[in-house]
Design a protein around this ligand. Sequence first.
Ligand code: GLV
Length: 325
Amino acid sequence: MARPRVFVSRQIFPEALEMISSVADVDLWESEMPPPRDVLLKRVRGVDGLLCLLTDKVDSELMDTAGPQLKVVSQIAVGFDNIDVPEATSRGIPVGNTPDVLTHTTADAAWALMMAAARRITEGERAVRAGQWRTWHPLHFLGQDIYGATLGVIGMGRIGIEVAKRARGFEMQVLYDDVYRREDLEAELGYRYVDQDTLLAESDFVTLHTVLDDSTHHLIGEVELAKMKPTAVLVNASRGPVVDPEALYDALRNGVIGAAALDVTDPEPIPASDPLLTLDNCVIVPHIASASVKTRGEMSRIAAQNLINGLNGERLLTPVNPEVY
Ligand code: GLV
């Protein structure tokens, strides 16, 4: 029987590629940059499986172009807002993602961002490298205390919970807002379930861990920023469009909030000319929250296994549309 054909849209860990090549003929996009749309469409034609990234748009056009033999779409990321999942489901195509293995790594990164913004770490480092460290001064680089402060978590899913748990060592109060109430966490860990306005008004740190969909697009805009404390720090390690970037720029520039730290931006990558990059009180890193050696290795392995299971007609390890079964 002919081996299945798959398109893998970027280099992943070699061990994971070997897993896939042992069962399928692999067409690998080797460039560091995403395949342009026309190339992506050309390369998926006739494939049985697709291993994709959050930078690849997987929609009905792509599924049509691939053809009716397409058996599986395996994304190497936990988020999948780039994929038209209902469309895949209607065609009986299972879609996989890589949850769980990246939860702790991403929560650690949210903390790294929060602390960097609160204590002006990247700004201080830039000053040192620019030769501007002239003396110790009682009024230089004053930031915000984390210990004993209030943390507001918007989106108390797997990653939000782990971010909240890390607040314990800092003896912080934790407020959270989510469509689902977690009374177990309230009883066990003392978290307080509040509405978004209360969370914004009372938190010293607001951290975003929602999915991106129509209900969370620009969840944080001018009105919401105005409800926050003038010293507050906003952290976004979810998806860029959850925050309105123009409103964020105005709020940071005019002292409406104290600082922001972003793992994700809108658009991505952020252009070098973006006004947010002119602000000292905005930390921006290039969407690296899950980027540890161990976690990216695990994500590669799970994405590979999901692809293989889909090719074999077996249930994916982590399907996002289990209703196809
Ligand atoms: C990264 O943003 C992911 O969704 O895994």
